[in-house]
Design a protein around this ligand. Structure first.
Ligand code: NAD
Length: 333
């Protein structure tokens, strides 16, 4: 029987994978720890597949351990693969991923963040529970007529643009690949230079992958070009933003706000319950959480029933193709 070791597994993952496994009857080993040099030792003998999530880091050392254990396939249960050192795995272990599970989930969450940050929804909800019905600090702006700059018009970026158009926003977008049909169909305008996104946008939303070329695209220099009223949204990957530069800009009121579902140092905190700590050791995260113009969610944009269904379906279908020696349509090369 094919053995799959799942790392960083949570109860909701187990439920969806167990349901989907009725089709396959794979032998599951659930390991709650993230993949590390310590936890890699928990993999049972005879395991050929490990199933990983966004914060399971696969570097050269981990690859050596996995190879020694006899692991032949890394089945990522996520779309991004920046946590895998592809040079280190090449020729040793195949990697598959779930390229698309619900662009709607992520795009809708991005908009939820924008609406909440702009109109102070969470803040107002906390206040009214305390029977405080005042409006101070809750002043927002109309989205209608404002310019939103989208970086990365892929599966998620496209859905985000449709939603933004529904709110009457003027959409400009930067992507290294442009499609006139898409531009016409969705009613937005490409810009040829990313700087135009920075200078013209009231809201900037990041939907490109994290690559060496996109790391820290939001930094002191790009922020300098932005309007003082600009709001930054990031549901893509934390390291697209130099967070220290962004925090400085927020504190000096160079920009107006930020809503983040991802953070470059998220691995120590996100998805975990740290509520028994007296304070957060990460000073940047701690400071941002104390600011009314910053909203942070814990990498939950993907978290809908539809997405979890698609993730378990595609992940186990990827494993089945590997076991059957078929072409790996979702292979990361
Ligand atoms: P996608 O591959 O469909 O689209 C990415 C787009 O970015 C493509 O159009 C590509 O041409 C463009 N791009 C690549 N390099 C670029 C560059 N240098 N500058 C501008 N554009 C560039 O990906 P997707 O499914 O839309 O996902 C986008 C990102 O969202 C993923 O990479 C992932 O990091 C993130 N994501 C986050 C969550 C979450 O829960 N927060 C869930 C899924 C995906």
């Amino acid at each position: 029987m094919v053995k799959i070791a799942f790392f960083d597994i949570k109860s909701y993952d187990r439920d969806f994978f167990a349901k989907e496994n009725k089709k396959y009857n794979f032998d599951f080993q659930f390991i709650e720890n993230r993949l590390s040099e310590r936890s890699v030792k928990f993999i049972e003998d005879g395991t050929e597949v490990v199933c990983l999530f966004t914060n399971d880091i696969v570097d050269e050392k981990i690859v050596d351990h996995l190879v020694k254990k006899g692991v032949k396939l890394i089945a990522l249960r996520c779309a991004g693969y920046n946590n895998i050192n592809l040079d280190a795995v090449r020729g040793k272990i195949s990697v598959v991923r779930v390229p698309e599970y619900s662009p709607y989930a992520v795009a809708e969450h991005t908009f939820a963040l924008l609406l909440d940050l702009n109109r102070g929804i969470s803040r107002a909800g906390r206040r009214t529970r305390e029977f405080d019905f005042r409006l101070h600090g809750l002043l927002g702006f109309d989205l209608n007529g404002k310019t939103v700059g989208v970086i990365g018009v892929g599966k998620i970026g496209k859905v985000f643009i449709k939603i933004a158009k529904g709110f009457g926003m003027n959409v400009i977008a930067y992507d290294k690949v442009q499609s006139e049909d898409l531009e016409r169909g969705l009613g937005f305008k490409y810009v040829d230079d990313m700087d135009e996104i920075f200078t013209k946008s009231d809201v900037i939303s990041l939907h490109c992958p994290l690559l060496p070329s996109t790391r820290h695209i939001i930094n002191e220099a790009s922020i300098d070009k932005m309007k003082n009223s600009a709001v930054i949204l990031n549901t893509s990957r934390g390291a697209l933003i130099n967070t220290k530069d962004m925090l400085d800009a927020l504190l000096s009121e160079k920009i107006a706000g930020a809503a983040l579902d991802v953070y470059e140092e998220e691995a120590d905190y996100f998805f975990e319950d740290c509520s028994d700590s007296n304070f957060l050791k990460d000073p940047i995260l701690a400071q941002m959480l104390g600011m009314h113009n910053v909203l942070v969610t814990s990498h939950q944009a993907f978290f809908t029933k539809e997405a979890l269904n698609n993730i378990s379906e595609t992940t186990l279908a990827n494993v089945k193709s590997f076991v059957d020696g078929k072409k790996l349509v979702n292979e990361v090369k």
